[in-house]
Design a binder for this molecule. Sequence first.
Ligand code: ADP
Ligand code: ZN
Length: 632
Amino acid sequence: MAADSRSPVRYIVAAVLFAIAMQVWIAQAGAVVELDYSDFKQLIRTGNVVDVQVALHTIRGTAKPAAAVQLPEPVRKRLADGRADQPLKFQTVRIEDPLLMQELESAKVHYSGAVEATWLSMLLSWIAPAVVFVGVWFFAMGRLGNKGAGDLIGVGKSKAKVVVQKNLGIKFADVEGIDDAKAEVMEIVDFLRTPERYRKLGGHIPKGVLIVGAPGTGKTLLAKAVAGEAGVPFLLISGSEFVEMFVGVGAARVRDLFRQAESLAPCIIFIDELDALGRARGVNGFTSHEEREQTLNQLLVEMDGFDTNKGVIIMAATNRPEILDPALLRPGRFDRHIAIDRPDIRGRERILRLHASKLVLDADVDLAAVAAKTPGFAGADLANIVNEAALHAARENKPAVAKVDFDAAIDRAVVGLEKKNRVMNSKEKQTVAYHEAGHSIIAELRTTTDRVSRVSIIPRGIGALGFTQQLPTEDRYLMKQSELLDRLDVLLGGRVAEQIAFGEISTGAQDDLQRATDLVRHMITRYGMSDTLGPAVIEAQIGSNYLGDAYRGSREFSNETARAIDAELQHVLKAAEARVHDTLVAHRQELEALAQLLLRDETVERGTLLKILTANSGATRSAPGQSAAAAA
Ligand code: ADP
Ligand code: ZN
């Protein structure tokens, strides 16, 4: 098979066998006796030496068969039996001996010079490092891959790594608290159930679905539920398992995976940790670029050559979409994205209920209270809490799981998760509530900004705190200065709200400030939107892609201009901050109301947000279409 002949294991095995063969061969040719120099001289004196080759450090030669008798006992022992009738080959280390030539002359020994590096020693000097290399390599494989050397033999056989599951038995009912994501995958279930119907209608079915969400939010669970609902096989492989130490193995695996999927269709391929293999090219990791690139390219080739009509859907999960190679996200590849947020308080309660439904609960257990105590927890964390509580109760031989067991489980989990920065304490929660409320209120009050569809204090990404989700009202390719300024105000809204509520700003606002600064800098240097610097492009716009600032253009301006840019930057930011401050102070009531609601419910949808704004002052913006949205 093409896949196997590429496998480097073969070469290594061949090299090892070759080395062993050489050892045996050398041992057999080992009729060469190592002599002490004095014994060598003795052989010359007794006239037993036939010829010698003198090299820089060694002297080799042949002696008469009878010579052995002349040799001391230990040397004779080293000679194999039955060799007494054959010429004796010997070798000795050359030592400084000016009279040697004379003695050879007088003993009538045929002598010649020799070059030290014989083919044998050359070969040895070649093999020894190779053997060392192979040894180190085996060792490294054992360490790095965390696998024994035995695993090496299985390299390239992808079937061992792909987990094919049929009749998973996981249904949508097993996934709680992520209703949006569930609704989005419904269509895929329909398609997998009746591919013919879709084919006839010529409907467009996504080839690749990327599920984005923090660890433990149920990405794998959701994909499994899709397979379970549709009743199709589920092929699971982790992105990190694709990428091996050997160039070509990952690519072979991808090929095998798709052939296997074709034979099982309709089915779902699920690639966990897509980022491990789909990292943007040029971003360094541990494994060789070449291997990852080949694997990634193979995946792209397979996806491009794949016809959804065959009934195979490729799903993948990642918690780091920003580092993915943009090629993966192009149309026809992973062009459908489904975001899974961490559950809010109601979602958490439902997940807890689901997992606790298998337990016998004491009457004092209030799962809503448990949910309230676990902001920031993902589904997996909650499943873990329920499990820990059950174990805690079992250790004490209780007939039912009680509130104290849950409290103990929460305490344990919080300690662990706090280290990983995954839970908030109540002070942090307050800060985030005001921060997000600030963003939202400014976004609603400025005229050109996108509508807020949802505000949440539950972290969405890895480093982020809460989020304010704005849905663009229309696609924007051109933006006016006023629109950019409104956008700037929204970015600053979080900071300013913190300032108003607590008199100080937290580090959580840092990313906003970075983005605000970048925005203003672009306005000044790229779009010529500055009064003082005028309509000139100062900085070229180079390669904006997912890697963003890594490709920032080189500086093409003087120090004076740099100072002028900085001054203008300060000026624009300060002015914006003052504007936002005025707005939020004027709408302090709404800010308070929204923050309090966020503290209670954690997530606030658009409808509720608008109610708060109208109830408190009726001063929402009067953009066209606003009334329709408010009524919705
Ligand atoms: P991810 O793939 O996002 O890291 P998983 O799907 O592997 O997370 O979730 C791990 C486990 O956590 C699941 O098997 C399930 O028991 C529990 N879990 C996670 N999210 C949910 C959810 N939304 N509803 C119910 N259980 C969940
Ligand atoms: Zn913010």
